[in-house]
Design a protein around this ligand. Structure first.
Ligand code: NHR
Ligand code: GAR
Length: 210
C-alpha cells in the first residue's frame, strides 16, 4: 500500500503516521509551502519531499494539476491530507475519489473550515474532537471514517484544547490509515463508512474519548 501525504506546515500528523508502524510505504510528501517543517522531517527519513508554491501558479486549477502530476508519479493507493491548507478543485477530488482522506480538528459536521477550537470555546460546547473523513468536493462534508471525542475544560484556551485534540488526531489518523490498508473500510452508497470486523460483518466505527 503506497501513500502520498500532503502537508502545509508542522507535520506532526505526518510524524504520527510515520511512527505508527503501519503496513504502508509513504512514497512521497508534498507541501504547498517551501517553509513547511514537515518537509525536513520527510527528508530526514529518506522520503522524497516536494514543495510546489501555489503562489507561483495562475489559478487553483493549474496548481492542482501540477500537484496531480507529481502525485501520480508515485502511483499511490491513498492520498492523505495532513494539515494541508489549500481547498482542492473538483477535478483533483474526482481524480482521487475513494482514495483521498483528511483529518479535521473538530467533530464534523460541526465547525468546518478554520479556527475550530476558538469557535468551539466561544459556543461553550462541552465535547470537541477531530474527524477523519473521505474528501469530497463539498468542503469538510465527506463521509466520516472515525472520530475522537475530547472533553472541554472550563479553563481551556484554543491552545490547550487544540493540544489535546492534536494528541487525539495522532491516534485516529494512523488507525484510519491502518483500516484502509487492511481493506477493512466499506464505503456505502448511503455515504456512510463502516468497518469490517474479524467475522467479516460490519460494525459502526467509533473511538472512545481520548
Ligand atoms: N478540498 C475539498 N475539495 N474538500 C475538502 O473536504 C477539503 C479540501 C481541501 C482541504 C482540509 C480542510 C480542513 O481540514 C481540506 C478539505 C483548508 C481550508 C481553506 O479555507 C478549508 C478547509 C480545509 C483546508 N483554505 C484556504 C484556501 O483558500 C487557505 C487558508 C490558508 O492558506 O491559511 O484554500 O479544515
Ligand atoms: C492539525 O490540527 C490538522 O487537523 C489541522 O491542521 C493541523 C496540522 O498539524 N488541519 C486543518 O486545520 C485543515 N484545515 P500538523 O501539520 O502538525 O499535522
Amino acid at each position: 500500500m503506497k501513500l502520498v501525504v500532503l502537508i502545509s506546515g508542522r507535520g506532526s500528523n505526518l510524524q504520527a503516521i510515520l511512527d505508527a508502524g503501519l503496513p504502508v510505504e509513504v512514497a512521497a510528501v508534498l507541501s504547498n509551502r517551501k517553509s513547511a517543517a514537515g518537509l525536513q522531517l520527510a527528508e530526514a527519513r529518506g522520503i522524497p519531499a516536494h514543495s510546489l508554491a501555489h503562489t507561483e501558479f495562475p489559478d487553483r486549477a493549474e496548481f492542482d494539476q501540477a500537484m496531480m502530476r507529481v502525485i501520480d508519479g508515485y502511483a499511490p493507493d491513498l492520498v492523505v491530507l495532513a494539515g494541508y491548507m489549500r481547498i482542492l478543485s473538483d477535478a483533483f477530488v474526482q481524480h482521487y475519489a475513494g482514495r483521498l482522506i483528511n483529518i479535521h480538528p473538530s467533530l464534523l459536521p460541526s465547525y468546518p473550515g478554520m479556527d475550530t477550537h476558538a469557535r468551539a470555546l466561544a459556543d461553550g460546547v462541552k465535547i470537541h474532537g477531530c474527524t477523519v473523513h473521505l474528501v469530497t468536493p463539498v468542503l469538510d462534508r465527506g463521509p466520516v471514517i472515525v472520530q475522537a471525542a475530547v472533553a472541554v475544560r472550563s479553563d481551556d484556551t484554543a491552545e490547550t484544547l487544540g493540544a489535546r485534540v492534536l494528541a487525539a488526531e495522532h491516534k485516529i489518523y494512523p488507525l484510519a490509515i491502518r483500516w484502509f490498508a487492511e481493506r477493512r473500510l466499506v464505503f456505502g452508497d448511503d455515504g456512510k463508512v463502516n468497518l469490517l470486523n474479524d467475522e467479516g460483518s460490519e460494525q459502526s466505527v467509533f473511538y472512545p474519548g481520548a
